[in-house]
Write a protein of this length. Sequence first.
Length: 361
Amino acid sequence: MPVLENIKSLSRKELQNLMHDYGEPPFRAGQIHRCLYSDRCTDFQSMTTLSTSLRSRLSEEFVLPACSIEQRQNDRTGGEGGEATRKYLVQLHDGLAVETVLIPSPGRWTVCVSTQVGCPLQCAFCATGTMGFTRNLNAAEIVEQVLLVNDELAENSGKRQVTNVVFMGMGEPLLNLDQVIEAIDTLTCEQYRFHLSRHKITVSTVGLIPAIAKLADSGRNVKLALSLHSADQGKRETMIPSAADNRLPELAGALDYYGRITGTPVTLVYMLLEDINDSRDDALQLARFARRFLCKINLIDYNAIVNIKFKSTGNQRRDTFIQTLLDKGLQVTVRRSQGSSISAACGQLAIRNRPSSNQNA
Ligand code: SF4
């Protein structure tokens, strides 16, 4: 028996091509897309906006899988405003899984989505990098992480809705840029039941220069967060191997371009690591780098990862670091770590103990 194709692996453009091949009018592609991501149809027969014959043909040639939540864990330390950060193990269309995190804060429900199963970039501080790389997620699998968490919020309290999405989970989003852009388009489609403003979406990267320019030129105007962690080229390369091909002077140019094209300042994310990147000289180097374009700096704590030996900076060194940046006139925020007790904080996502037996890898 032939293996049927996953219809959700088709982009909007590919759906249009399919309808052309079927001899159907182009608007049918939009109808199918709406059935999948707004009406959330789970079988072809419930796509009642389509003709019976089209529904039958689709069901003969395609399957329509869905992601599902396989496991939930609440952060026992609680979160801001008393709500706990929650980590989900989400099963993908082919049985593989990724982690997704819900981060509550006053007036906000932020979902951190994964874009790859594992990651090929192997940053020294990151648990995901130790998993190796299996595959990119398709746009549907990225969108469904958000919709699943949103469903759960709505179930628990009729009013709550995801307010923000950050592409900061497992994987480097800019290595899967086409699917990330497709997912952004679906999540921001104003005609769909669930939709967000583009300004509520942040894409994070370790700094892949050509892809930063491509995202800027895409016109999506989402926020960009750069994991910098050091403004010294040599130090940065020891933490982020891909930095060797994306050097700081050219990176500053790409970030400047992004800010000018989108009109939004880039966020520089800097994880303070004791005796590695937390000296006054490190802060001065960061200030020199940050002055070259429109940005704000977000300092975060290191979250312990099994088998990776870094230490979080102490209070005194952190205060000196912050004051040095403030004295240089930079905008600095300090992000409190959330979700570290369940390995849901920055750099901690990795699948170690999967409960079910149906995983493929
Ligand atoms: S920090 Fe991001 S890019 Fe680096 S290994 Fe982890 S997931 Fe990949």
